[in-house]
Design a protein around this ligand. Structure first.
Ligand code: G16
Length: 560
């Protein structure tokens, strides 16, 4: 088919600034005239002449407006000289699957359509992010450039007449302005499933999950929350590992996630938690909309904090064939994540890195061969097999550990704490607050804690007293390219190593979400209840931040 590109005049939109991971806004914002077109043109322009003749991967979590956005992206890419697009069937690709496809196909990059764990549907959220040739989210330098371009855009190029049927797998060839342009619609799961088979021992996992090894099938409840992982979960857990059909639920990706809020935590995955709490399941797991986050719970809904999940996987890496083959390099976590993995790193003699919140900060360390496993308290766990966090991978890692140890999840954790001690952790989220008072709260608190007189101050609550050792607004210099990220979160570190961290989320689509993170280490007292153990520090954090006064909130929306 022979087609011609056109140039369309446009004007800039305010606020096209990518956050922690891409641009996330309400669908109604993205569907404004030229809004999506502007942003996609800026993504391409930020990459300069490298876009010409390039291969890009395009797909998303199947939420409302994904299909329309795929079409717009294809038309703009065609007009800007991109040579080929790999598009998931029906526009469906999980975020980890895009990362894997970029790497396997040596693509120039990818465009992912998701607002992650935010709800979907016409009145909810949509998002677009650009990933680079390493398969990881674009670093700050690139996203800053995209934003700069978006403030001055005057025109975009488009092939209005380009039509693709993304429901059919196959190769579609066009000629645009005299040059070939190809759209290959691919199976959404095949490459990813093959990748998982290379990493894990599917034979052993099959025998464990199907019951061939123990005589009884594993009782699992894997909840895709109507997000993109449904397609992957059905293929991997049912077809490859022989799990019983009732092991997987909510596995049809829906445009509005069936009204669920696809955020795998104790609040939004309550249905899963309540079901597993009845005592019939060995493992419960949930994922977010685009499949990069995971939550793991054991029998009776025994909750594994993401910080502990990372540390346990680090301790048992040798039971996963990928790591036996490729070796074990360093570990890393985001700053607000409790430091359980640091203790494993120390024991194994590995480098451990602390980076700002955002998976993009792990990429350089992985590319430099210094990092093989990392995670975040925000339910992200992953390895250097790709450059995104990976929910399904995390569940396969946990199944490998269960198979290897023959222990329950609770016993695996208790054993871990008996070796390393326990990092108690909790996070309070105050969602959809007014932005301005939250900004004021952060700047006031920053002033307080960075005053030299703050160091050495003592705070007491419920009979416990903590003395301030260090307090700052976290800054990070990338050890590889020396780029600097400043003001990444306020932290108060006490003399016993306990910490209070406060920051505003960078993934919301409107207003502000305050995140308050509390952690504290105990060498011997490891079987307490986190909510009780951390109560004094929670009170102190509320006192130092004056959160109630600034936000008007007396309780958090979500407690992890
Ligand atoms: C994104 C980033 C993560 C980050 C998380 C939370 O995840 O990739 O690295 O930890 O947001 O960020 P914030 O605290 O700023 O909301 P996702 O799953 O939303 O893409």
């Amino acid at each position: 088919m022979t087609l011609k590109s056109a140039t369309v005049q446009t004007t800039p939109y305010e606020g096209q600034k990518p956050g922690t991971s891409g641009l996330r806004k309400k669908v109604k914002v993205f569907t404004q005239k030229n809004y999506t077109e502007n942003f996609v043109q800026c993504i391409l322009d930020a990459n300069g002449s490298a876009i010409s003749g390039s291969l890009l991967v395009v797909g998303g979590d199947g939420r409302y407006y994904c299909k329309e956005a795929v079409e717009i992206i294809a038309r703009i890419c065609a007009a800007n000289g991109v040579a080929k697009l790999l598009v998931g069937q029906n526009g469906i690709l999980s975020t980890p699957a895009v990362s894997s496809l970029i790497r396997h196909n040596k693509a120039y990059g990818g465009i992912i359509l998701t607002a992650s764990h935010n709800p979907g549907g016409p009145d909810n959220d949509f998002g677009i992010k650009f990933n680079c040739s390493n398969g990881g989210p674009a670093p700050d330098g690139v996203t800053d450039k995209i934003f700069q371009l978006s403030t001055a855009i005057k025109e975009y190029k488009i092939v209005e007449d380009l039509k693709i049927d993304i429901s059919k797998i196959g190769t579609n060839c066009y000629e645009v302005d005299g040059k070939p342009f190809v759209v290959e619609v691919i199976d959404s799961v095949e490459n990813y499933v093959n990748h998982m088979k290379e990493i894990f021992d599917f034979g052993k996992l099959h025998d464990f999950v199907s019951g061939k090894k123990t005589g009884t099938p594993l009782k699992a409840r894997i909840d895709s929350m109507n997000g993109v992982t449904g397609s992957y979960v059905r293929e991997i857990f049912l077809n490859c590992l022989g799990a019983t059909p009732d092991s997987v639920v909510h596995t049809t990706p829906l445009e509005d996630f069936g009204g669920l809020h696809p955020d795998p935590n104790l609040t939004y995955a309550k249905d899963l938690v309540d079901t597993v709490a009845k005592g019939d399941y060995d493992i419960g797991a949930a994922f977010d909309g685009d499949g990069d986050r995971n939550m793991i719970i054991g029998r009776n809904a025994f909750f594994v904090t993401p910080s502990d999940s990372l540390a346990v996987i680090a301790h048992y890496l040798e039971c996963i064939p990928y790591f036996r083959k490729n070796g074990i390099q360093g570990f890393a976590r985001s700053m607000p994540t409790a430091s359980a993995v640091d203790l494993v790193g120390q024991k194994l003699g590995k480098e451990v890195f602390e980076v700002p919140t955002g998976w993009k900060y792990f990429g350089n360390l992985m590319d430099a061969g210094r990092l093989c496993l990392c995670g975040e308290e925000s339910f992200g766990t992953g390895s250097n097999h790709i450059r995104e966090k990976d929910g399904v991978w995390a569940v396969l890692a946990w199944l490998s550990i269960m198979e290897h140890t023959g222990k329950s999840i609770e016993d695996i954790l208790k054993n871990h704490w008996s070796i390393y001690g326990r990092n108690y952790f909790t996070r309070y989220d105050y969602e959809e607050c007014e932005l301005e008072p939250c900004n004021q709260m952060i700047s006031t608190m920053e002033k307080t804690i960075t005053d030299p007189a703050f160091k050495g101050r003592e705070f007491s609550s419920l009979g416990k007293t903590y003395k301030v050792k260090v307090a700052d607004n976290f800054g990070y210099t990338d050890p590889v390219d020396k780029s600097v990220a400043s003001k990444q979160g306020l932290r108060v570190v006490f003399e016993d190593g306990s910490r209070i961290v406060m920051r505003l989320s960078g993934t919301g689509s409107s207003g502000a979400t305050v995140r308050m993170y509390i952690d504290s280490y105990e060498k011997d007292n490891v079987l307490g209840k986190a909510s009780e153990m951390l109560k004094p520090l929670i009170n102190i954090a509320l006192e130092i931040s004056d959160l109630q006064k600034f936000t008007g909130r007396t309780a958090p929306t979500v407690i992890t």
